[in-house]
Design a protein around this ligand. Sequence first.
Ligand code: MN
Length: 201
Amino acid sequence: MPYQLPQLKYAYDALEPYIDAKTMETHHGKHHKAYVDKFNAALEGHPDLQAQKGEHVIASIDKVPESIRSAVRNNGGGAVNHAFFWDVMAPNAGGEPAGRIGEAIRKEFGSFGAFREKFSDAAATQFGSGWAWLVVGKDGRLEVMKTSNQDSPLSLGKKPLLALDVWEHAYYLKYQNRRPEYIEAFYHVIDWGRVEEIFSS
Ligand code: MN
């Protein structure tokens, strides 16, 4: 069973005006699809890896044969990172997180505002293409981090809770070079209920 392009839980225009329909359509239907197709191509002839979940392959990237490791890291990373990104966004979302995740964020960062500042800074200062993340580290504590290209915190033994794609393809059509505006808009579409579920799982 090859890795599949996941369906979105919402329509392409559902995150308007924060993330525009054209960007969503291109990002999911073209960019994400290309990662999925290339990930499957890289895994051809490797039934042991094909049988695993994409997230597991990326978490164990060091065990992937060297001949396909870069292709898997880039395209498998792209496949699972985007699937995760779509999943933690929703229409009529955003605001301050409640529940256990809200509590954990306030405990680790002092306040939601302080977390937000740290996360925005990671997203804004990722040089070139990459991602900003909220993760649970190996010590069980929340961390904000960034990764380059399609690298995943999974490969570092960390559990992603929230992700923001800061590749230009994620925002250029609507925001051009104004990445900070795109980062601010993201806070309106974070599905904290879903983040809570992931945190508790
Ligand atoms: Mn992307």
